[in-house]
Structures are given as C-alpha cells and as structure tokens.
Design a protein around this ligand. Structure first.
Ligand SMILES: *[C@@H]1O[C@H](CO)[C@@H](O)[C@H](O)[C@H]1NC(C)=O
Ligand SMILES: *[C@@H]1O[C@H](CO)[C@@H](O)[C@H](O)[C@H]1NC(C)=O
Ligand SMILES: *[C@@H]1O[C@H](CO)[C@@H](O)[C@H](O)[C@H]1NC(C)=O
Length: 535
C-alpha cells in the first residue's frame, strides 16, 4: 500500500501555504442547475475549496497530463474550469482507488466537445463505481463547473482515498489490535469492528491522547478548536525530536495538508477529519499490545462482490452510508431505500426508525428485517427460500448477499424495461440482444454469461465497438494465447471503455477474467441500456 498511495508520501508536506484569502468563509452562489431553477441558493465553503485545490495540486503535481490546468491557484475559481475536461477528475479517482481507470481510455489531446463528454462520462461512471453518490450530477454540471456539485464530488473522491488505508488496516486487523486498548466498558471486539472510518479515527486520536495522558475529544469540530489535541497527537506520533510548536512538527512530519490554523479554530469538521486521516495514513504509530490473545484468523476481509454491492448502494445515496456491509444494514433501513429504488412500495409506518432505545433495540431492528423479507417475497417476488429476517439482522453473509443480488439485478433490469417501454427483460432477452448486436457488426456471439470467451473480454470489447463504432482500439488488445496478466489488461480496458461510452458499470475487471456470471450479466445489461439509448 505504500507504493500505491504515493500521494501520502512525505513530499505531500511542503505544499502548505497560507493560501486562504481574506474573503474566506461561506460563499453563496446563485446556482443554475436544475435544482436551483426554483431559486435555491447553493453555498460552498471557500476554505474547503482552498484545501481541496492544494490537495489536488500536490497529488497530480508530476502528472504530465494535467500540466494544462495545474497548478491551480487556490485563491481563484481555477478549480471549476480545470475539472471541465474530466482529466483531473479521472486522475483523482484513480489515485483514490488505484487502477479504477485505464490510462488508455482517457482522451488527452485535441479535445472536442464529444471527447470531453466521454472523459466526463468516464469520470462520473467511475466515481459511481467506487461508491460516490453521483445521482444528481451530470456531465453538464462538471463541464459548466457548478461549484457546489464539483466540490461535493471532489470531497467524496478525496475522502474515499483518505479512508482507503483505514480499510486496509481494518481488513488486516492491525488497526484493532492497538485500539483494543480503547474498548469501552461492555464493548466487544465486534463492536469495534462495526465502527465507521470516522469513528475509528476518533478512537485512534483518543488512543494517542490517552497515551499522552491528555483528555479525550468527542469530535473533530469544537473539541479541537484550541489545537491542544493536535499538538499532543502530533507529539505522540512524531519520532522524538526537539520541543516544537505544531507548525514545525507538522511540517517535519509532512502533515500540513488540509488545515490552516484558521480551519482548526473554526473547527471545520470535513477538513479536520481529512487532516487526521492523512496523519493516520502516514504515522499510525500503533503498537501491538503484548498480552492480547486474539485469533485474527477468524476475521474475514470484505470480498470483491461485497464491495461491489456496497459501492452500488452507496452510489445510489443510501442513508446511512454503508461502510460495513452487514453491520450497517442490520436494521434493514438501507434495504427499504433500495426497495423504493426498484419501485417496491414501502409502508414507512411499519418501519422502526433510529435512534432505537437501548433496551430492545435489536427487537426493533429484527422487526424491520422481517418486514424487509416479507416485502421481498410478497411485493418484489424475489426467491428468498430459507431466508428470514434474522439472517439479515445477524449478517449471514450468504443469505444477505442472496437478497442484495436480487435487488441489484432487479434494479438493472428495471432500467432496461424502462428503456424498452415496459417490455419484460430477462437473461435471455439480454443475450439475444447482445448476439444480435454482435452479429450485425460482424463479430462473434456468446452462449450466455458463462461463456468462456468472456475471460478475454473480447465479447465485451466487440459489443462496445458495435454500439459505438470505432471506439475500441484493437491495436491495444491481445486476442489469442493470453496470459492471466493480458486477460486482466483487456478487462481493465473493457470496463473503462464501457464507462467511457456511458454505461454505469459497477463490475470489476476481475469479474470478467474469472467469468463471474452475475457480474458479467450486469456488464452486458448496462451496455444494452447504453445501446438502446442510441436509437
Ligand atoms: C491508475 O492507477 C494505476 C495504479 O496506480 C496506474 O498504473 C495507472 O497509470 C493509473 N491511471 C490513470 C489514468 O491515472
Ligand atoms: C463536540 O464535543 C463537545 C464535548 O466534548 C461538545 O460540547 C460539542 O457540542 C461537540 N460539538 C459538535 C459539533 O458535535
Ligand atoms: C447466442 O448465440 C450463440 C452462438 O451462436 C447461441 O448458442 C445462443 O443460443 C444464442 N443465444 C441467444 C439467447 O440468442
């Protein structure tokens, strides 16, 4: 992970500038987007804009493809024009979740309105695939630099990148090992694992504050305003040196990104969270407690499929955001929201809502889960044999995934049915359409979503080229006798190309290489949806 997150290397450090201009604070702009046609004012925070601009400048400093817009001046509105051609966004997404975007698919030279649109499609569909909520943002909004939307999207992308290392530490268990020291009365290790990245960072900060013998903090806003907490945390994680004030220690550690003294004093929670996350990524300074006897082998990390489900639901904007697939849906609230997205009516009067009282809270959650299963069986007509509310509530992986898959599948099919004026769509309809489209373009067909040829990605690439003739550069693809690496290479290109021509694909390259029929189905379905829009 050290190599991958080059962004967090110590050089990040030196960019800190007192760049905030005098007008800092909240800007109100008269929006021109759809939502604001009613006259709504959209506001954004100037200090956040400054911090994000500095972060992007540093992150892409050495990227030759961004020379035409970087470095941006944080005191101006440079940012909003710089994102207009999609390149910076694509690069930032790929930094946050490495390998999300295939370099070969970004249009870089002699941009036209059409190739810019492609870049923006690629950026938005890739952002969606990594779990950004992009439902109300379109390419137009980015092209026109609508400030609150640009900043909202950029913050989501940055945050996903900042939290990536926390996820890794989480999956490898190393984060918990030390934080066990911070377990509160009556908490189990499992409770610790249920914490969101924000909560984990708070625990981490408090871990160091406790080690320093200082009082704890409850949040990254008002509690850090006097900067004492930062001083003590920095002192704890810093390799010991001379006594210094915060700015020099922070400089030495290379952790001055995101906050200025002003931001600390104002207690901007977003920027302070980003600051702490960056500090954690570079100097976790966690040590293994000696007398802990825990079997870490029982901790299973998140599978690729689980991550795809999670990204899919987060991109639809479910509330709360799902950080942990099973824990965060144990009261089925997110499931109800997904039902609504597939037009299954939910009787919200029957739903228990948080905050749940301490006593009997699980009973309330279980009632919700029972109702969620009932809706699935009676209204959505899902196949939920042997699945009970309890399975969702307890987070039975296999059974919960069975429901989630049917939700995702229905969501995908609904899009096709809407495009096809309500005509029923099933796997066969999709394969037939794929076969017809491929045949008309003079390319080979597939027998279904398990067809072995899918491992090479050729059918997907051919279909993309059939939908948008001339889009695939066949000179970049290896067609025969592929090694595993070459298969993956084709698949990365295929997935990025699908997103670039406008298909909102959530599946990953590995899903094609391993021919995972469910995810393969979603790829073809999304391409079919894109193909149908052509006419
Ligand atoms: C995306 O990330 C991968 C891995 O870090 C890198 O090899 C690739 O060049 C990057 N692509 C873009 C478009 O930045
Ligand atoms: C932060 O925590 C303190 C108590 O430590 C509390 O007084 C304050 O209201 C909290 N601020 C926010 C914004 O939640
Ligand atoms: C698609 O084409 C393949 C090969 O020609 C054929 O075996 C398959 O039955 C076709 N499937 C559909 C649904 O048309």
């Amino acid at each position: 992970t050290k190599v991958v997150h080059g962004l967090k290397s110590t050089e990040v450090a030196k960019t800190f500038k007192k760049a905030i201009n005098k007008k800092e604070g909240i800007y109100a702009v008269a929006g021109t987007s759809e939502q604001s046609s009613s006259g709504t004012q959209h506001s954004y925070s100037e200090e956040e804009k400054v911090a994000f601009v500095n972060w992007v400048n540093k992150a892409l400093e050495k990227d030759p493809d961004c020379k035409h817009v970087l470095p941006m001046d944080p005191t101006t509105n440079d940012l909003f024009t710089a994102v207009g051609d999609g390149i910076v966004l694509c690069k930032m997404i790929n930094q946050s979740v490495p390998d999300t975007i295939d370099e070969r698919t970004i249009n870089k030279k002699k941009l036209t309105p059409f190739t810019i649109q492609e870049n923006l499609n690629l950026a938005l569909n890739s952002a969606s695939a990594i779990g950004c909520h992009v439902v109300n943002i379109g390419a137009e909004d980015l092209k026109e630099g609508r400030q609150h939307l640009v900043l909202g999207l950029l913050w989501q992308v940055i945050k996903i990148g900042l939290f990536a290392d926390i996820e890794i530490s989480r999956n490898e268990g190393c984060l918990y090992i030390s934080l066990i020291a911070l377990l509160r009365d009556g908490e189990s290790l499992e409770d610790l694992m249920k914490l969101s990245p924000e909560e984990l960072l708070l625990r981490w900060a408090n871990y160091h504050l406790e080690e320093a013998g200082c009082s704890k903090i409850n949040n990254f806003s008002s509690d850090i305003k006097d900067s004492k907490a930062y001083y003590n945390i920095l002192n704890q994680v810093a390799p010991k040196g001379d006594e210094e004030g915060i700015p020099p220690i922070a400089d030495r550690l290379g952790c001055r990104q995101f906050v200025t003294a002003t931001d600390v004093v104002r207690g901007n929670p977003k920027l302070n969270l980003a600051y702490i996350a960056n500090l954690f990524n570079k100097y976790p300074a966690l040590k293994k407690p000696e007398n802990q006897d825990i079997d870490w082998s029982s901790i299973e990390g998140e599978t690729r499929e689980e991550r795809t489900f999670r990204n899919w639901m987060n991109s639809l904007g479910v509330n709360p955001r799902v950080n942990h697939l099973y824990v965060d849906i144990d009261d089925a609230l997110v499931i109800f929201q997904l039902y609504e997205k597939i037009n299954v009516p939910v009787d919200w009067d029957r739903v228990n809502k948080p905050p749940y009282s301490k006593l009997g809270s699980n009973m309330k959650k279980l009632e919700n889960c029972n109702y969620a299963v009932e809706l699935g069986k009676k209204e959505a007509k899902f196949s939920l044999v042997g699945i009970a509310g309890q399975d969702l509530n307890e987070g039975n992986r296999k059974l919960t995934q069975a429901l989630l898959w049917q939700l995702m599948r229905r969501y995908t099919l609904n899009i096709l049915e809407e495009l096809g004026d309500g005509q029923k769509v099933n796997d066969d309809t999709i394969v037939t359409w794929v076969n017809d489209t491929l045949t008309q373009a003079g390319k080979g067909t597939i027998s279904g979503f398990k067809d072995g040829s899918i491992a090479t990605s050729m059918p997907v690439l051919d279909l993309i080229d059939a939908i948008q003739p001339g889009s695939i550069r066949y000179d970049l693809i290896k067609v025969e006798d592929l090694t595993e690496e070459e298969k993956l290479n084709n698949a990365k290109y295929a997935i990025s190309m699908a997103r670039k021509i406008g298909a909102r694909v959530y599946a990953l390259p590995e899903d094609l290489v391993e021919v995972k029929p469910k995810m393969v189905m979603t790829v073809f379905a999304c391409l079919m949806a894109r193909g149908m829009k052509r006419v």
